[in-house]
Write a protein that binds this ligand. Structure first.
Ligand SMILES: [Zn+2]
Length: 489
């Protein structure tokens, strides 16, 4: 190990802990280009599993993958007024190619609405061509000034869904459906509970009619916007002349949606589940679900234990698990390294289960299983190992979601809170605060200025309080909605 000293604790400095754990668990590294990151195999392995799960969910809801160019003609960005206003300040622009100045500069995509809807306009003629349901896996570039590994980088990987529909209702239904897909993924796969709802106008995507979001609480009680889904209305259709022949005759503009999640989710996973020992990966997303560490003292023991461990690994890897496929098992047979040093490394890297086996275990036809989430140990018979491992992985996945949900609820406030107490809370340990809002952008802006907290969402019904708050947190006038307030990444 390059660095054996203990991690900074989360309580001492959450932000320092995050950077250290990302680097030391070898998820990512800083790159020679300021603000960009290198995603290392440990981090990319998690992203690959996220991609695979999400891609299956997108296909199950009727979407198909396509790929559009990295470069966007500068003029395209200017066709939708709000869109250019939102994105122009953070674009990278290519002015030269092949040693010559370009006639029209090219934007490196910060998002692909413009180029994709310009193509949709060519492909859609009639209502029969709708809905058009496309997803793209790609990289995008946003020239951010302050960057953090995974959370905010100049270039990041993501998927962006783009759809066209015949009616407003169809687009609205799609935007909500994909928000539901995200929320299912985040809870079911990432064991990361989210609050869903609608963004206020101040936080809406540039060019959208409505933006919906999944907001997760990190362990410093800040919110992470983990995924968004936009009903774009006809804004882009009008800008790019995306029209179709309606069923009852006449030309109409299509209705669009777009939705995306990015490698930011890997950062969210770390900040939701990590502890002072390292990261903890929910089994469904773990590139390795179980690591086998053989224990031996002599060369003779070494040979016997490696042979037994290898047999166990093969048996587990061949064992027919119904869902989600074969067990992902790794045998740590590195010689000249003490078991303790191996445990340390695998715990740092968050592998959900560890199997330890020594000569005395083998005599008893057993092994020791150690959970990464609770660090609980227990002996298991080698005869029923496959079932036991699979059951335990399922339980770990469930328990991680329960623990994260309990943590969030402990740090959520739903009772009346004075504005002074709210300020003190946001200055201190932070929280998710559900409070009334009068609907005025001025109150929202003042709160942001004074406390750095923003309205994360106007929560969907299932997240709202039993009793609707009656007055605005800031001005005391009657509330028109319940808002979820928090500081955010
Ligand atoms: Zn107010």
């Amino acid at each position: 190990m390059a660095d054996d000293k203990k991690l900074t604790t989360r309580a001492a400095d959450f932000s320092a802990w995050y950077n250290e754990v990302v680097l030391r668990a070898a998820l990512a590294d800083y790159s020679p280009v300021r603000g960009c990151m290198v995603i290392r195999p440990n981090g990319y392995g998690i992203w690959e599993r996220m991609q695979r799960a999400l891609d299956d969910m997108f296909k199950a809801t009727g979407h198909r993958n396509a790929y559009f160019p990295l470069f966007i003609p500068e003029s395209f960005l200017h066709k939708e007024a709000q869109h250019v206003e939102g994105f122009a300040p953070e674009t990278a622009v290519v002015t030269h190619g092949g040693g010559k100045k370009l006639e029209e500069p090219l934007i490196v995509r910060p998002t692909s609405e413009t180029i994709i809807y310009s193509m949709f306009a060519k492909w859609v003629q009639s209502y029969r061509d709708l809905p058009l349901l496309i997803n793209q896996w790609a990289n995008v570039v946003r020239w951010e000034m302050r960057t953090r590994l995974f959370l905010r980088t100049l270039e990041f990987l993501w998927q962006e869904g783009h759809t066209a529909h015949a009616t407003y209702d169809d687009a609205e239904e799609e935007a909500r459906r994909m928000l539901g897909v995200y929320s299912d993924f985040m809870e079911g796969w990432m064991a990361m509970p989210v609050v869903t709802g609608q963004k206020t106008d101040a936080e809406r995507f540039a060019g959208a009619l409505r933006t919906y979001s999944c907001e997760a609480m990190m362990q410093d009680n800040k919110a992470l916007q983990a995924g968004t889904s936009h009903n774009l209305g006809q804004n882009f259709a009008k800008a790019f002349d995306l029209k179709f022949q309606a069923e009852h005759g006449g030309q109409e503009y299509a209705w669009n949606t777009s939705w995306g999640v990015s490698t930011r989710l890997v950062g969210g996973l770390v900040m939701t589940h990590g502890d002072d020992v390292g990261i903890r990966i929910p089994p469904l997303l773990a590139p390795i679900e179980l690591v086998i560490v053989p224990i031996y003292r002599s060369d003779d023991e070494r040979e016997r234990m490696l042979e037994a461990a290898d047999r166990i690994m093969r048996a587990l890897a061949d064992w027919e698990r119904r869902d989600p496929g074969r067990l992902r098992v790794h045998l740590d047979d590195r010689d000249g390294m003490k078991p303790g040093a191996k445990y340390y490394e695998w715990e740092l890297q968050g592998v959900p289960l560890r199997l330890e086996i020594g000569p005395r275990d083998l005599e008893k036809n057993q092994a020791i299983l150690v959970r990464r989430d609770t660090r609980e140990k227990r002996p298991v018979s080698l005869n029923t190992l496959g079932e036991d491992v699979a059951d335990l992985l399922t339980r770990i996945q469930e328990d991680m979601l329960i623990a994260a949900r309990e943590r969030r609820e402990e740090h959520s406030m739903r009772h009346r809170i004075s504005y002074d107490d709210f300020r003190a809370l946001m200055d201190g340990e932070g929280a998710f605060v559900y409070a009334g809002w009068c609907g005025s952008p001025e109150c929202e802006a003042q709160i942001k200025e004074e406390t750095k907290a923003t309205i994360r969402v106007l929560p969907d019904e299932e997240f709202r309080s039993a009793e609707t708050p009656s007055t605005c947190l800031k001005c005391g006038r009657p509330a028109t909605a319940e808002a979820l307030w928090a500081k955010a990444y």
